[in-house]
Design a protein around this ligand. Structure first.
Ligand code: IPD
Ligand code: CA
Length: 265
């Protein structure tokens, strides 16, 4: 099976698996802090995706947020030129734990340090956002492009509240104080990948968040790029697989966003 078809199929199947557990009594654990959660369903979803990849491409590397057995260490994204699958098995775990919609499955494939494929699936709305390098960005079977709004005051932006409360979350709140009065509105749906997909699809004009990880961002980065937008590090420097904080936009408001955020990550 080709890479994109495999990624689309895995995202859809993982979405079905996750939905079976909504409202059930699954195990929840804390990771780096009380607000950084993982459930047994995150782990099941990641194992499922990892096993599927191994079935077709046993030599490829796999980096997943939950680091389930059989995966590779996150450092390979900075060091390896091989094929690397980068997986967030549930982005928006807090939404999932609280019975809220707005969680996604995010799958990217990189080769020689470049993201060549990105898929973000919202199983609640059955919306599949996907892109292959050089071939455009799609929502289900329709091509999508970023919004052409170039006035910040008419723009809807999104951000998220990182689990590092004292550091990254405090920076986001500081940014909201500055950007809030300058734009039309700010949304926080609870999944960085979903925010990036929405910017790519022209539903919102911009997204930023400090302290993200490669699995939150890699697929969304390619979607934005293929939809005609811009996604960079907080500083405005080009995105690469080690970029943590991200600023993504329709391109028109990018400079203003980067200037307003003005905090290096
Ligand atoms: C989180 C989500 C959330 C963002 C957090 C991420 P997770 O990922 O993307 O929107 O604000 O910073 O950690 O933990 O649900 O996979
Ligand atoms: Ca995530």
């Amino acid at each position: 099976m080709g890479y994109i078809n495999l990624a689309l199929r895995m995202a859809r199947e993982a979405g079905e698996l996750i939905k079976e557990y909504v409202d059930s009594d699954f195990k929840v654990e804390e990771k780096s802090s009380k607000v950084d959660l993982v459930t047994e369903v995150d782990q099941k979803s990641e194992s499922f995706i990892r096993n599927r990849i191994h079935e077709y491409y046993p030599k490829h590397k796999i980096v997943g947020e939950e680091g389930v057995a059989g995966g590779d260490d996150v450092n390979v994204v900075a060091e390896s030129d091989d094929y690397i699958w980068i997986i967030d098995p549930i982005d928006g775990t807090t939404n999932f734990v609280h019975g809220l919609p707005g969680f996604t499955i995010s799958i990217a494939l990189s080769y020689k340090q470049e993201v060549i494929l990105g898929v973000i699936y919202d199983p609640n709305l059955d919306e599949m956002f996907w892109a292959e390098k050089g071939k455009g960005a799609f929502l289900n079977s329709n091509r999508v492009i970023v919004s052409d709004n170039n006035h910040l005051e008419g723009c809807v932006l999104a951000t998220g509240y990182p689990s590092d409360v004292e550091g990254d979350r405090a920076k986001v709140i500081e940014n909201i104080n500055k950007l809030g009065p300058a734009c039309s509105n700010i949304r926080t749906f609870g999944s960085a990948a979903l925010h990036l997909a929405y910017v790519a699809a022209g539903r919102m004009e911009g997204f930023w968040e400090h302290g993200l990880n490669v699995w939150d961002v890699a697929a969304g980065y390619l979607l934005i790029d293929e939809a005609g937008g811009t996604a960079t590090a907080m500083s405005g420097e080009p995105y690469n697989l080690t970029t943590r904080g991200i600023v993504a936009s329709n391109g028109h408001i990018h400079k203003k966003l980067v200037e307003s955020i003005n905090v290096n990550d």
